[in-house]
Design a protein around this ligand. Structure first.
Ligand SMILES: Cc1ncc(COP(=O)(O)O)c(C=O)c1O
Length: 353
């Protein structure tokens, strides 16, 4: 059997339910869609030479200065700029494991050596002592995602306090908070709170998940004036386009959509937990819009069996989550179809919920 690709390539498009890409179960912010449609009437013009308008809106949203933001075409582009701005050959970058693949390529391209700091394998919490033992005179960047992809685990305030109080000042912490809106845990650390206090942290936020705008490609970095100034040297004119900028500005004002997204995702996540437990599967409680579970057997085989039943999922191996599968929490119809397919494969004789 040929293993399926790790992403939704052309060969996988026959899947009826794509639970592989952490997209928003409700679609897109209606306010963002309205603004994007209106902006299309101006496509003949050169608008948004810079990200200034969006930065103004972000500054008001966070009560920070507009000089503390920089917008780009998605988080990957921000990681690329961070690599160019802060890495020189020989520097080391610490990444948790398992984690998203987006931090590796561009930091390596900039000359960094990647050092992995495994998450605590039981609950995938960051092992702060473990990270600190990897810090040396070559360490330049530490990437931590909260919630982390694919585990859905977060960094708590005591964990982040312990980490930043022990780091030498030359080390920059990059906190990827692409899914932060989904967190309901009060102990969770929020990078903007630390940035307000002047800590050398770069937060990455994205419009892809909670605002449902993955196709527009828009994300921003939020940090101290000084670090954003360094990053801005790598920003191109017209780096973001007029449609995505207008949509993002409108999305920031659409808190009702984010609230509805979080409510629906939390409800559906809980339904999926119960259904996975009924099937006797081990899963990890997630603070994002996806769930990681342990596959009974080889992940590629199960992913292929699910694909044949019209369900596209993500295998964990490329992230370093061996033996696990990640599903995005979808609308009930998709979740039910997934659980039915899974039950059919694992326990053909029983009827699932
Ligand atoms: C942890 C994490 N950060 C960032 C991103 C990507 O965000 P963007 O769509 O802004 O590139 C993803 C998407 O999968 C992700 O999982």
């Amino acid at each position: 059997m040929t293993p399926i690709s790790n992403g939704p390539g052309a060969e996988d498009r026959h899947a009826l339910f794509d639970l592989s890409s952490n997209t928003n179960l409700l679609g897109s912010s209606p306010e963002a869609l309205k603004a994007a449609r209106a902006q299309i009437a101006t496509l003949s013009e050169y608008r948004y030479r810079s990200d200034e308008l969006l930065r103004k809106k972000l500054a008001a949203h966070y009560s920070l200065s507009e000089n503390q933001f920089l917008a780009a075409n998605g988080s990957l582009e921000l990681v690329d700029m961070i690599g160019r701005a802060f890495i020189k050959p020989g520097d080391e970058c610490i990444l948790p494991s398992p984690t998203s693949l987006i931090y590796t390529d561009y930091t390596r391209l900039a000359g960094a050596t990647i050092v992995h700091a495994p998450l605590d394998p039981r609950y995938f919490e960051p092992d702060i002592t473990g990270i600190l033992t990897k810090v040396n005179e070559n360490t330049r960047l530490i990437f931590l995602a909260s919630p982390n992809n694919p585990t859905g685990s977060i960094i708590t305030r005591p964990q982040l306090d312990k980490l930043i109080s022990a780091l030498p000042p030359r080390v920059i912490l990059v906190c990827d908070e692409a899914y932060h809106q989904y967190i309901t845990e009060p102990l969770s650390a929020r990078a903007p709170d630390y940035i307000k206090l002047g800590f050398p942290i770069i937060a990455l936020h994205s419009f892809s998940a909670a605002y449902g705008l993955a196709g527009l490609r828009l994300a921003y970095a939020l940090s101290t004036d000084a670090l954003i100034r360094r990053l801005r040297r790598w920003q191109r004119p017209f780096m973001i386009n007029s449609v995505s900028a207008a949509a993002a500005i409108a999305a920031l004002g659409d808190q009702a959509f984010v609230d509805q997204t979080v409510r629906s995702t939390t409800r559906e996540k809980s339904w999926c937990y119960d259904a996975l437990a009924d099937l006797g599967l081990r899963f990890w409680t997630s603070h994002a819009n996806f769930i990681l579970f342990r596959a009974p057997g080889e992940t590629h085989i199960l992913a292929n069996q699910l694909l044949k039943k019209g369900i596209l999922v993500r295998v964990g191996e490329p992230f370093g989550a061996d033996g696990c599968i990640r599903i995005t929490v979808g609308p009930r119809r998709a979740n039910k179809a997934f659980i039915r397919a899974l039950a059919d494969i694992l326990h053909p004789a029983t009827k699932p919920r």
